[in-house]
Design a protein around this ligand. Structure first.
Ligand code: ADP
Length: 680
């Protein structure tokens, strides 16, 4: 056993020096006086000596003077570290010694390095500490990386807040000199292809003029073979871990330039492009000079990521600008619309509706301040005339529920009490699932139009009344004449009298239509409703009468009804006459008209079908509008005023019914109206 152990010891003894001299950690052994009794090669090279052997040969005092004392030591907070604080001294004092991270600053070269220093005690046979082993691990690179990561984290914070990218970039430059550089600079490519510095910073602001001078002597250009110019041209980063004197010499354009470069004394640099939307718009420069530090590849990687983030910040600020411009454009447009643009959101859960936008035209239109309504207060209740409130609310609700667009008309009350007529064009806002979640619209002042319409209605009413009186006397006189002639057996004028009677009838029905219009407009269309047990009969009568005066078409009837109805027979008659006249008028090439009746559960449906010219799809939505005539109905072939359908629809609606239209150009048209049946 003992023999084998000794053998092992021997092997260890012979290989230990080799091991110690190949590791990258510096190892020294000190006695309690501070004398270095052992140093490996790595420890020696840190002091600029060739080997551990050489170090051990130098007397301790000389070692201090010439080598050790050149280094100033600082802890991680930047406080100077004194001899007594070193781990070795603590170990000798019998204290628990944690490892210490020390920054070494070479006072001659200004070079900086970081080590993690740990001390271990070695005991003699009596158990007291005889030596201390120091192990130095170079953590310069790790320290850089840590700094860069800290820097990156700081940078990430500022990106969120700033929309002005130059501000953001300046903040990055500022943070850079706090964490990762002696110099930091940002250069931007201008529209005229020149490169100008946005900012240059140094830890010591008094040095900044040097950089300005440098820019003045040799401004960066896109033609440069190195540096910022090249990076902006190529869009690729430039990494110079170690800037040598030769490099400075080679890049200097003249003596003054060289002098300046030497004065600044760059030791290491990274230049990162700022690539935005496929273009390099600038570069970020980080450089070490007096601190003598060097960037590593890890530093470069972090810096590149940083460059990407900075680019993103710029991109964001571009987007922000664009959105802002769009917003402004939109705002300008909205502000100049002579109408109140509004937006409203339905808030189901909170039980209140939120008007979240009202354009400032509200002040011009109604005298209210628009801001007053951009809150849950009810704009609607305030401005809508109480008499129109119910109908307008329902109309708006219908549009909301239809998830489409529409127009609602109502009166508004101004702040000063005045009343105006408005028309609101609005559109439902849908969410991604297609649910209606709000509405947008514009309220327009249509008071003038409304007044004109009123005047028109008034005129129609007056004119038709005025026409009716002479027309009535005309008919009376014709009747009188007919009577007289008949009495005296004068047959010669029969034909003329019949013609006059027919024309007077036409005129009367026209005047009646016009009178109906003014009645409808003023809400005075009255129905004399009565219970009708069998509408089939009523329809058949109209058809028979009509057939008597029609030579060109045969009117077929089809179906029957068993429902009892409450209707004004004269008015329903009027509707049927209207539909039949149209069917005949608009089907000159055809010879058949079909009138159909059908019961549904609660309604009676009556339809009039022709095989005529049909109605264009584009005209169909408007065909029931007052005075509307389809494009096919040219005045010469198909004379008319566009009143009949309007009046007919109003009559049917007044009965609580509705109209439907099915038509195809060139094939024919079917008008169907439905009337509610009386409950049995
Ligand atoms: P008018 O026939 O006097 O013009 P109406 O109100 O009765 O007025 O009809 C409105 C318009 O609808 C007509 O001008 C015509 O273009 C169209 N129209 C009505 N009925 C028919 C039909 N049966 N076939 C084709 N077009 C029709």
């Amino acid at each position: 056993m003992t023999r084998r152990k000794t053998e092992k010891e021997l092997i260890l003894q012979s290989i230990l020096p080799t091991i110690l001299n190949t590791i990258s950690e510096g190892v020294t052994v000190q006695d309690h006086t501070g004398e270095i009794v052992y140093a490996n090669d790595s420890a020696a090279t840190r002091l600029g000596l060739a080997s551990g052997e050489e170090l051990m040969r130098i007397p301790i005092q000389e070692l201090h003077q010439k080598h050790l004392d050149r280094f100033r030591m600082f802890d991680e907070e930047g406080n100077p570290v004194v001899y007594d604080q070193l781990p070795a001294r603590q170990v000798f004092r019998g204290e628990e010694s944690p490892s210490l991270r020390i920054k070494y600053e070479n006072s001659e070269t200004q070079e900086i390095s970081w080590s993690s220093l740990t001390a271990y005690p070695m005991y003699d046979s009596k158990g007291s500490i005889q030596y201390v082993i120091n192990v130095f691990t170079d953590i310069t690179e790790r320290k850089h990386t840590e700094q860069l990561l800290k820097f990156k984290a700081e940078v990430a914070k500022i990106f969120i807040s700033s929309a002005d990218f130059s501000k953001t970039l300046k903040m990055i430059a500022q943070l850079a000199i706090e964490y990762v550089a002696d110099w930091s600079a940002i250069d931007l490519l201008q529209e005229d292809a020149t490169i100008t510095p946005l900012i240059v910073l140094h830890k010591d602001p008094s040095k900044i003029p040097l950089a300005h001078q440098l820019h003045k002597i040799t401004p960066s250009t896109l033609d440069d073979d190195y540096g910022v110019g090249k990076v902006i041209r190529t869009g690729k980063p430039e990494f110079i871990p170690e800037i040598t004197q030769e490099m400075l010499q080679a890049s200097a354009t003249n003596a003054e330039h060289y002098q300046l470069l030497t004065a600044i004394g760059f030791s290491s640099a990274m230049i990162i492009p700022l690539n935005v939307r496929g273009k390099t718009i600038g570069a970020l420069t980080f450089a070490y000079a007096e601190s003598g530090e060097h960037y590593s590849h890890t530093d470069l990687e972090i810096a590149i990521i940083l460059g990407l983030r900075a680019s993103l910040a710029i991109e964001n600020s571009f987007l922000y600008d664009e959105i802002e411009q769009e917003r402004q454009r939109f705002k300008d447009i909205i502000q100049n619309i002579p109408g109140v643009v509004w937006e409203w959101w339905a808030q189901e859960n909170q039980g209140e509706n939120q008007v979240n936008y009202v354009s400032s035209y509200l002040t011009d239109l109604l005298g209210y301040d628009s801001l007053q309504f951009e809150s849950p207060t009810d704009l609607w209740l305030t401005i809508v005339h109480p008499q129109d409130h119910e109908k307008a609310t329902k109309d708006l609700e219908d549009i909301f529920l239809s998830k489409g667009a529409g127009t609602v008309s109502f009166r508004c009350i101004k702040k000063n009490g005045g009343i105006i007529w408005t028309e609101t064009h609005c559109l439902a806002i849908l969410d991604e699932q297609g649910n209606a979640i709000g509405m947008r619209g514009v309220i327009l002042d249509i008071t003038e139009r409304k007044e004109l319409e009123n005047r028109k209605t008034e005129f129609i009413s007056l004119a038709s009344h005025e026409l009716k009186t002479p027309l009535t006397s005309l008919r009376v006189y014709v009747e009188l004449l007919t009577h007289q002639f008949k009495k005296n057996n004068v047959k010669k004028y029969d034909k003329y009298l019949q013609r006059i009677t027919k024309q007077a009838h036409k005129l009367t029905s026209l005047v009646n239509d016009l009178l109906d219009i003014s009645r409808i407009e003023t809400g005075k269309l009255q129905l004399n409703q009565e219970e009708v047990p069998d509408i089939t009969e009523l329809i058949q009568e109209v058809v028979d009468t009509f057939q008597e005066t029609t030579q060109t078409h045969t009117i077929q009837t089809d179906g029957q009804s068993r429902h009892r109805l409450l209707i004004d027979p004269d008015r329903i008659n009027q509707v049927l006459v209207n539909l039949l006249s149209n069917a005949i008028k608009y089907s000159p090439q055809a010879d058949t008209i079909v009138v159909g009746i059908r019961d549904t559960e609660n309604e009676v449906e009556v339809w009039v079908k022709d095989f005529g010219i049909g109605i264009d799809k584009q005209d169909q939505p408007f065909i029931f509008n007052r005075f509307y005539r389809a494009r096919q109905a040219d005045q010469e072939t198909f004379p008319g005023l566009g009143i009949g359908l309007y009046v007919s629809q109003q009559i049917i609606q007044k009965h609580g019914g509705y109209f439907q239209l099915a038509s195809e150009l060139g094939k024919g048209t079917t008008f169907t109206f439905a009337l509610p049946a009386l409950k049995t």
